[in-house]
Design a protein around this ligand. Structure first.
Ligand code: MTE
Ligand code: MO
Length: 252
């Protein structure tokens, strides 16, 4: 017998199937560590389901689509902060970020403090990807940077590591899980379309998280920390965007 939606509603099976399915998904999500940090509120179950199902479907670490040179957008706007309002940043920028240092610590075997030239000496990756902003625009660009996994592996990732936190010069902050942190297309990017990253696009180093919406690709990275939980940080939602009402997991 074909179970149509109508029949299900009539028999009351749909309601129990939904209740039960949701419950099972939540239990499975919890068991497999698939609960995003913002799962507590009213939309908690929905967030958990999106996150868990994407994680299960894409657990083989699929790559975001890559494009060819002739598809690079001629117009890629700077969006959100385009010049951090912070004097030390301004002076560092004027000097070509010579004194800029990136501290990476937390649940790592050793703490790293990297200059821009240290970062540029690590094995790099170049990729042409589409940036999709939640505000309804998208653009294609070529990004070059060091895969975050290379940096974390140089430092040695401790087994308790669950999330990577990023703090930006303009006060934005956010986090990704280890699956995205270790994904081959997740970069600490320092070049865009073959040029050093401009201030508008996040100089000297920005994050690229290609399988999530644009706001996860944080600009002006100042500090990176590997943690086992996001609960004690801010409101416990994992970033300034989730605290402003956006989903922590913004999978495309
Ligand atoms: N630090 C910081 N990172 C940020 C933002 C921001 O305002 N500050 N805006 C986000 C948003 S909403 C988008 S769409 C992209 C925009 O990147 P672009 O300026 O290179 O277009 O950066 C993201 N990263
Ligand atoms: Mo965005």
């Amino acid at each position: 017998m074909q179970l149509t939606r109508r029949k299900l509603i009539k028999s009351g099976l749909l309601a129990s199937a939904l209740a039960c399915g949701g419950g099972i998904a939540a239990v499975l999500a919890k068991r497999y560590g698939l609960v995003p940090p913002d799962s507590g509120g009213l939309y908690g179950l929905g967030e958990t389901l999106t996150y868990a199902s994407q994680r299960i479907l894409f657990s083989h670490q699929s790559l975001a689509r890559e494009f060819s040179h002739n598809q690079i957008s001629t117009n890629f706007p700077g969006f959100g902060t385009v010049m951090p309002d912070y004097q030390p940043y301004f002076f560092s920028m004027v000097e070509g970020f010579k004194d800029w240092r990136l501290v990476i610590d937390g649940l790592l075997a050793k703490r790293l403090m990297l200059s821009l030239s240290d970062i540029k000496q690590l094995p790099s990756r170049t990729q042409i990807t589409e940036h999709i902003c939640e505000e309804g625009w998208s653009a294609i660009a070529e990004w070059t940077g060091v895969p975050l996994s290379n940096v974390l592996n140089v430092a040695g990732i401790r087994p308790e590591a669950r999330y990577v936190l990023f703090a930006c010069v303009d006060g934005h902050w956010g986090s990704i899980d280890m699956a995205d942190a270790l994904h081959p297309q997740t970069l600490l990017a320092y070049r865009m379309n073959g040029q050093d990253l401009s201030v508008a696009h996040g100089a000297p180093v920005r994050l690229r998280v290609e399988r999530q919406l644009g706001y996860k690709s944080l600009k002006y990275i100042a500090r990176i920390r590997v943690v086992d939980s996001l609960k004690a940080i801010g409101k416990g939602l994992g970033g300034s965007d989730p605290e402003a009402g956006y989903s922590w997991y913004a999978g495309i």
